[in-house]
Design a binder for this molecule. Structure first.
Ligand SMILES: NC(=O)c1ccc[n+]([C@@H]2O[C@H](COP(=O)([O-])OP(=O)(O)OC[C@H]3O[C@@H](n4cnc5c(N)ncnc54)[C@H](O)[C@@H]3O)[C@@H](O)[C@H]2O)c1
Ligand SMILES: [Zn+2]
Length: 401
């Protein structure tokens, strides 16, 4: 058990509408001359690559572009990105896009520095040392990868998403320009936005840091909830309650976009220090088998997991209700906790996230396999507020079917 907490972030976080224009100066300050941009062909076609390359070339920084990224990137794409980059002179890696491209950039930075194969670095703390300078420029408001220590790849062989977690994966620079999310399609806005909400809720509701068993002074993938995480999660949840639905329904609303971009990074800081838990564990096998996005899978499962945890997290759920703009006056704690879950169900409905696993093609016979795989991801079980069992996970899935 620990009697102290600590907190990690990106080396520098720059936030603001139009901030992308500062990129050249920010990289020049770091003496970088030659940058690999990791992105996808969709974003290249939409002009995002030009928006980033312009400020770089203005200050004489060369950039080369790998635009073979894909949603929920596979190991194969990571290998291809590394092959593209390996023979070139590269000072830094810049991930441009949603969580998928930012995570791909992180894996490429590991491989360019330490060689090997993506599988060598799966799980926690297997990256042996610092990696090439990493810059992350999100174009979605959701994953928080721009400040997190995580990179997720899809392993088609095992049917699981595999996380590489390392303190060396927190980017040197997170450049968050909400204008880059203005053209985000509504479905991507909804999916990534509810992912951010899930991060804030799982981080806030995680076991308290003082109850997390830590052998010696060993580093841990997640350290449990703490006051800093609580503040960040609260702010993120308030912003998401205020802005997510508007960002989905009125994509041109800049105030909503600004709020969601801020919320996503705050939630990224919260979860990557405190925890994500059973929602994320269940999403990993579901997402791979049913080909739904990370955010949609999380959003679908979130209220069912909240029900599972409700009795132990009731006081925190009552706070969440308040932060989402609900009124708990006159309610006892169990009713307020249920009202928080109902509010999230209503938000999920209003932004078009599916409610049931069968809506995304799941069948009853798949559920035991999902529960077994999810239960096997120990780091996501350990900090869940209620001690999970495989049978409990199966029960959650049956209710969600
Ligand atoms: N590393 C972490 O800490 C972390 C945390 C949560 C999730 N993730 C991972 O992030 C991935 C999901 O990322 P995501 O939700 O940001 O979506 P995404 O990166 O998968 O992008 C989804 C689609 O939206 C498009 N898109 C993105 N921004 C756009 C824009 N501004 N305009 C138009 N189109 C745009 C992309 O081209 C892509 O086709 C998953 O692989 C998930 O596992 C990582
Ligand atoms: Zn997530």
């Amino acid at each position: 058990m620990r009697d102290y907490w600590s907190f990690f972030s990106a080396g520098q976080w720059v936030y603001g509408r139009g901030a992308v224009r500062q990129l050249g100066h920010l990289l020049k300050q770091r003496n970088l001359r030659s940058v690999l941009l990791v992105t996808d062909s969709n974003l290249a076609r939409l002009g995002y690559v030009d928006q980033v390359r312009g400020p770089l070339s203005d200050v004489g920084i060369q950039s080369m572009v790998f635009d073979g990224g894909e949603p929920e990137p596979s190991i194969r794409v990571a290998e291809a990105a590394f092959e593209f980059a390996n023979s070139r002179r590269i000072d830094a890696v810049l991930g441009l896009g949603g969580g998928s491209n930012m995570d791909l950039a992180k894996i490429v930075a590991i491989l360019l520095t330490h060689q090997g194969h993506p599988r060598d670095y799966f799980h926690f703390d297997r990256v042996p040392g610092p990696v090439l300078p990493l810059i992350c420029v999100p174009t979605t408001a959701g994953t928080g990868s721009e400040v997190s220590h995580a990179a997720v790849l899809t392993d088609s062989e095992t049917g699981l998403k595999m996380s590489t977690l390392s303190p060396y994966l927190r980017p040197d620079l997170a450049l968050v320009d909400p204008a880059l999310t203005d053209a985000c399609p509504s479905q991507v806005t909804a999916d990534s936005g509810i992912d951010a909400l899930t991060h804030a809720i799982e981080g806030f509701c995680a076991l308290d840091f003082s109850r997390v068993a830590v052998p010696g002074e060993q580093a841990v993938p997640y350290a449990g909830s703490n006051p800093m995480g609580d503040w960040l999660a609260e702010r993120a949840i308030r912003l998401i309650g205020e802005h997510l639905q508007t960002a989905v329904e009125q994509p041109e609303d800049q105030e909503a976009r600004d709020g969601m971009s801020l919320a996503a990074t705050l939630a990224g800081l919260a979860f990557s220090n405190c925890a994500v838990a059973v929602v994320h564990a269940l999403e990993y096998p579901i997402g791979v088998a049913l080909h739904c996005s990370h955010g949609a899978g999380n959003g679908l499962i979130l209220p069912y997991v909240m029900e599972y945890n409700r009795d132990v997290s009731a006081a925190k759920y009552a706070q969440i209700l308040h932060w989402l703009g609900g009124d708990a006056s006159g309610m006892d704690l169990p009713s307020a906790a249920q009202a928080a879950i109902d509010r999230i169900v209503a938000l999920r409905q209003s932004i078009g996230i599916p409610h049931r696993l069968r809506d995304i093609g799941a069948t009853e016979d798949q559920l035991p396999g999902f529960a077994r795989k999810a239960f096997g991801i120990k780091r996501l079980m350990e900090l869940n507020p209620r001690v999970p069992t495989e049978e409990g996970l199966l029960e959650i899935l049956r209710r969600a079917l």
